[in-house]
Design a protein around this ligand. Structure first.
Ligand code: F0G
Length: 458
C-alpha cells in the first residue's frame, strides 16, 4: 500500500487559539465596521487574512537569529544574506528593505516617472499603488484564461506576449521603464508563470531594450509548479529552477514575508550596478544604510536561512499539498474556486457563490463577512474594494473576478483546520439563497482603501 502524505516537519512550539460564539462575532464585526482588517487577532479563530509574515520559523531560523550581527555598517548578517542571494538567485547587487512595498518604493523612486506605463501580469495592489502614486499606469497583460476560474490552465500567471508587445509598440519603449512579472501572480489566484513565458518576455524586453523585474514574493512556489507542471523540469531541483527563472530577469523586488518564511523583511536584487547606485540613494533616505536597510542583523540571518529552506522540495510539497487539500474539499462540496489551486491560497469565486448580491454592494466582502460570522475564520476580499477607484474618473473599478482569498500561513495550521474551514464555507454555501444584500461604503481612503474602509449593511 502506498504511504499517505505527511508533513516534512514536526511541531516544537504551539500557540493557543480561541473559538468564539456567533453572538460575539456579530458584535465584533459591527464594531470593526465590517472590515476584517479592523478585527483584533483574538477575535479570530483561524486567520487566513494573509500568508505574509504569518509563517512559523524553523529551529534553524531561530538559532540563526541568535547569531545576528547588529553592527550599523558591514554586519556579518548582511554579508551572509548577500552571499545567499548571489548563490541562490544569481544577483550581484542587493539592498535590504523592511518589506516588499518598501523595495517597490525604493526601486520605483529610481525608475518610474509621471506618464510612464508599467506592463505586467495583474500587478499586486502595493505595486500598482506605487506606480499610480508616481502618476504612471500599470497595464495588465495577463492571459485571458486567468480570468475564468473554471479553465484548468497550468500557468495562469502567464503574460500574453501579444498584449505585451502591442502595449510597448502603442506607447513606445521610452514610456516603459520596465516590465514587472509577479511570480506567482497573487492577484490572479497565486497562479504560476512558466519558464517558457519568462523566456518569451525576455526576448521582447531585449528587442525593445526594456529591463524586466520580478515581483518575487512567492518565487519558490512558482518554481515548484514549474517542476511539477512544465515539461523538461521534472528532474531539476527547485534551486536549479529558481536560478534559471532569475536568469531571465534584470532584477527583483522581494517581500521576504512569504516564501522566505520570515515575519518581516524584504529586498531588491539587481544585475545592473547603475540601477543599484540610483536605488541606493533612495534606500538610504527611506530605509536605512545599505548594509541593513530597515532590517536588524538577526532578521537578515533568519531570512538567509529561510531562503534556503523555502527552496527545498519537501517543504514546498508539504505546503502546496495542504493548500490543494483545502481546495479539493471545497470542490467536493460544489463550491466554485479558482482552478488549478494556487500556491499560497484558495480563491473562492464570490460572484458565483453569491449570485444575488449586486456588484455595487461588494460581493466578495459580503462573503468574507459571512464566513467570519459562521466560524471566526478571517479571509480577505480580492474584489472591488481592493481594485480601488479609477485615478482619473474616481469611479469604482469592477474587476473581472470577485474573489474571497483564503491565504494559508506557512507551517502554521494542520489539515484539521482545513476541514473546519471547508465545512464552515459549505454551511454558508448551503444558505446562499438567503444572502441578497451587501454593504455601502461610509468612509474610504483615496488610495489602497481596502485596509481602512468603513462599511455599513445595506
Ligand atoms: N508583491 C506581492 C505579489 C505581494 O503579494 C505583496 C504582499 C507585496 C508585493 C508587498 O509586500 O507586504 O511585504 O510590503 N502581499 C501580502 C498579501 C500583503 O497578503 O498578499 P509587503
Amino acid at each position: 500500500m502506498e504511504l499517505p502524505f505527511a508533513e516534512s516537519y514536526k511541531i516544537k512550539m504551539v500557540e493557543t487559539i480561541k473559538k468564539s460564539t456567533r453572538e460575539e462575532r456579530e458584535k465584533w464585526i459591527k464594531e470593526a465596521n465590517y472590515n476584517l482588517f479592523n478585527l483584533k487577532s483574538n477575535q479570530v479563530f483561524i486567520d487566513l487574512l494573509t500568508d505574509s509574515g504569518t509563517g512559523a520559523m524553523s529551529d534553524k531560523q531561530w538559532s540563526a537569529m541568535m547569531l545576528g550581527d547588529e553592527s550599523y555598517a558591514g554586519a556579518s548578517s548582511y554579508y551572509n544574506l548577500k552571499n545567499t542571494i548571489k548563490e541562490l538567485l544569481g544577483f550581484e547587487y542587493f539592498l535590504p528593505t523592511h518589506q516588499g512595498r518598501a523595495a517597490e518604493n525604493v526601486l520605483f523612486s529610481a525608475t518610474v516617472k509621471e506618464g510612464d506605463l508599467v506592463p505586467g501580469n495583474s500587478h499586486f495592489d502595493t505595486t500598482k499603488g506605487h506606480i499610480e502614486f508616481r502618476k504612471a499606469k500599470a497595464i495588465d497583460c495577463t492571459i485571458d484564461e486567468a480570468f475564468d476560474t473554471e479553465i484548468d490552465h497550468p500557468f495562469k500567471g502567464n503574460v500574453d506576449l501579444t498584449k505585451l508587445e502591442n502595449t510597448i509598440k502603442e506607447h513606445t519603449p521610452e514610456k516603459i521603464p520596465f516590465i514587472i512579472l509577479t511570480v506567482t501572480c497573487n492577484s490572479s489566484g497565486g497562479q504560476p508563470v512558466s519558464i517558457e513565458n519568462m523566456k518569451g518576455i525576455r526576448a521582447i524586453a531585449d528587442k525593445y531594450n526594456i529591463p524586466v523585474y520580478y515581483d518575487s514574493a512567492r518565487f519558490a512556489e512558482n518554481a515548484y509548479f514549474i517542476k511539477i507542471r512544465e515539461k523538461g523540469y521534472e528532474n531539476k531541483t527547485i534551486k536549479e529552477i529558481v536560478k534559471e527563472m532569475f536568469s531571465y530577469a534584470d532584477g527583483m523586488t522581494m517581500s521576504s514575508k512569504k516564501d522566505a518564511i520570515v515575519n518581516m523583511g524584504g529586498f531588491i536584487a539587481l544585475k545592473s550596478e547603475e540601477t543599484f547606485k540610483k536605488a541606493t540613494v533612495f534606500n538610504i533616505v527611506f530605509e536605512g544604510f545599505i548594509t541593513y536597510g530597515g532590517m536588524s542583523g538577526r532578521d537578515m540571518n533568519a531570512l538567509a536561512q529561510g531562503l534556503d529552506e523555502g527552496t527545498e522540495f519537501d517543504y514546498l510539497n508539504t505546503r502546496i499539498k495542504q493548500v490543494a487539500y483545502l481546495g479539493q474539499k471545497l470542490t467536493d462540496f460544489g463550491i466554485p474556486v479558482q482552478k488549478p489551486y494556487g500556491g499560497h491560497a484558495i480563491f473562492v469565486n464570490a460572484k458565483k457563490f453569491l449570485p444575488l448580491v449586486p456588484k455595487e454592494e461588494y460581493i466578495a466582502q459580503t462573503l468574507a463577512v459571512e464566513l467570519y460570522l459562521e466560524a471566526g475564520i478571517r479571509g480577505v476580499e480580492i474584489g472591488t474594494l481592493l481594485a480601488d477607484r479609477d485615478p482619473d474618473t474616481r469611479e469604482n473599478r469592477y474587476p473581472a473576478l470577485e474573489l474571497l482569498r483564503l491565504a494559508i500561513p506557512r507551517r502554521v495550521y494542520t489539515n484539521n483546520h482545513m476541514d473546519v474551514i471547508a465545512v464552515a464555507l459549505k454551511n454558508v454555501f448551503d444558505r446562499r439563497e438567503q444572502i441578497t444584500k451587501g454593504f455601502n461604503i461610509i468612509d474610504e481612503a483615496p488610495i489602497m482603501r481596502h485596509f481602512t474602509v468603513k462599511l455599513e449593511r445595506k
